[in-house]
Write a protein that binds this ligand. Sequence first.
Ligand code: PNS
Length: 177
Amino acid sequence: MSGISAVYPGSFDPVTNGHLDIIERGARTFDTLIVAVGRNSGKNPLFTPDERVTLLRECCAPWPNVRVTSFEGMLVSFARAEGAGVLIKGLRAISDFEYEFQMALANKQLAPDIETMFMMTSAEHLYLSSSIVKEIARLGGDVSPLVPFVVEENLKMKLDPSRQEARPVSMGFDIKE
Ligand code: PNS
């Protein structure tokens, strides 16, 4: 594929409206945006990597230049293999900065040819995170202003012990591989 490709990596456990804001703006800025779900995150995820990819594909269906996949191992190796020279990171409150700065410097050391670019979150998503969404959902609160409907439905399924085997529901979009 020609043009400038960027990778937007993350855990996306699950994807929130804050992530989708970055994806929408990234899709406008770059020719191709590869949304990459990290498979080897040290966190204890609620959704499996495949479930997170499926949910993201549903939510990214409106953007034809966005591709969703997962990766294992080093982010810069994945970006290089995909022919992407840019890593996109979303920045929210100041608390994100130190961790992201450290990661950006480590990635620069590992791959000087790959640039990390930070996109400031939109004001309404300043304190939105996947962890907060999961906490609210676990406590039975309303997450509808924070995540797409398909994610809300899948959170309910995951957190309801009687529906543990439920798979992510389709919203009827075409899912790109
Ligand atoms: O949404 P998150 O949890 O901040 O995403 C973390 C992710 C997947 C982007 C991060 O864990 C990652 O880059 N993992 C790949 C491992 C890697 O390349 N490490 C070396 C650079 S610090």
